[in-house]
Design a protein. Structure first.
Length: 296
């Protein structure tokens, strides 16, 4: 077997085996959790794989070629392992999963059977059912440039190139009040004009919601208070005692890229591309028939 651990292969060929399965789950925030269906805790690669967590996996479907490997993991929502609050907050969305077949008498004898991410995550009745998708699932995503007037880059990514850590693009502070985990009121923000954070990000820095973020819908001044309104509520408890970070937003227009970020050379849109109305206009209807440019 190509790539199969020789020690584990020899163990399996004896016909009397002591194997179990182990899973390592790495959340987007960097938290790593380990689980095993063995009745004792195991440890390797610096990860402790906890037993008796109520987690188990269904059959793994694998094939040659570019077909997506897939399986499912089912388990109980408990305070000691995966909590319903964390699932509801989206902390497991897109988490990485690795699954091994392990000889529990010698964990050095193991084989990585599956590696991928969590897809659809369903929960009900104090339990969860997670779809696990293999690495080739990324090949199903459409790629390529889109020819449109707005910029297609994400503010601060490789194509954009804006250094969001530069002064003036973010600020960390505590809100005066929080309504419905969606409307935040702050003291006046000196140096940041109203609308500066619109289309940006609000990210919790402390408290139960630490690491969670939301997209900013509106940023405006109301009397002596600065109001930041999100499109959707933060998906965990966040109140006025928690610190948050506000990051500047971009409306994807070339004028904003030039004036706000001084980054027009990296603008990824096509602001001068003709629209459908322009390309379909009958030449006979034009006021100037001299043959010159229509764009003035």
């Amino acid at each position: 077997m190509s790539g199969f651990d020789a020690g584990l292969q020899a163990h399996l060929e004896t016909g009397f085996t002591t194997t179990c399965r182990c899973w390592a789950l790495t959340r987007p925030d960097g938290t790593v959790l380990g689980f095993t269906d063995h009745d004792c805790q195991l440890e390797f690669d610096g990860i402790k794989f906890k037993a008796n967590t109520g987690l188990s996996a269904l059959a793994l479907q694998q094939s040659t070629g570019l077909s997506v490997d897939n399986t499912e993991a089912i388990g109980a929502l408990t305070d000691a392992a995966i909590t319903e609050t964390d699932v509801e907050a989206g902390r497991y969305d897109g988490a990485e999963i690795r699954a091994w077949l392990v000889n529990w008498t010698d964990v050095a004898q193991r084989h990585l059977q599956f590696r991928g991410t969590i897809g659809e995550l369903r929960r009900s009745g104090g339990a969860f059912d997670a779809e696990l998708r293999g690495l080739t699932d990324a090949l199903n995503r459409p790629l390529g440039r889109v020819y449109q007037k707005p910029c297609t880059a994400v503010l601060g990514d490789r194509d954009c190139g804006v250094a969001l850590g530069s002064p003036g693009y973010s600020v960390e502070l505590m809100p005066v009040s929080v309504e419905e985990r969606r409307i935040f009121r702050f003291e006046p923000l000196a140096g940041f004009e109203p609308g500066w954070f619109q289309h940006g990000i609000l990210k919790a820095q402390t408290g139960r919601a630490k690491g969670l973020s939301g997209s900013i819908k509106r940023d405006y001044a109301e009397h002596d208070v600065r109001v930041i309104e999100l499109w959707h509520p933060i998906r965990d408890t966040l109140d006025a005692s928690d610190r948050v970070m506000l990051r500047a937003g971009c409306d994807k227009r070339s004028a904003t890229c030039r004036a706000k970020f001084n980054n027009l050379l990296n603008f990824q849109g096509f602001p001068d591309i003709p629209g459908d109305d322009w390309t379909l206009t009958d030449p006979a209807k034009a006021g100037d028939l001299s043959g010159g440019s229509r764009r003035k």
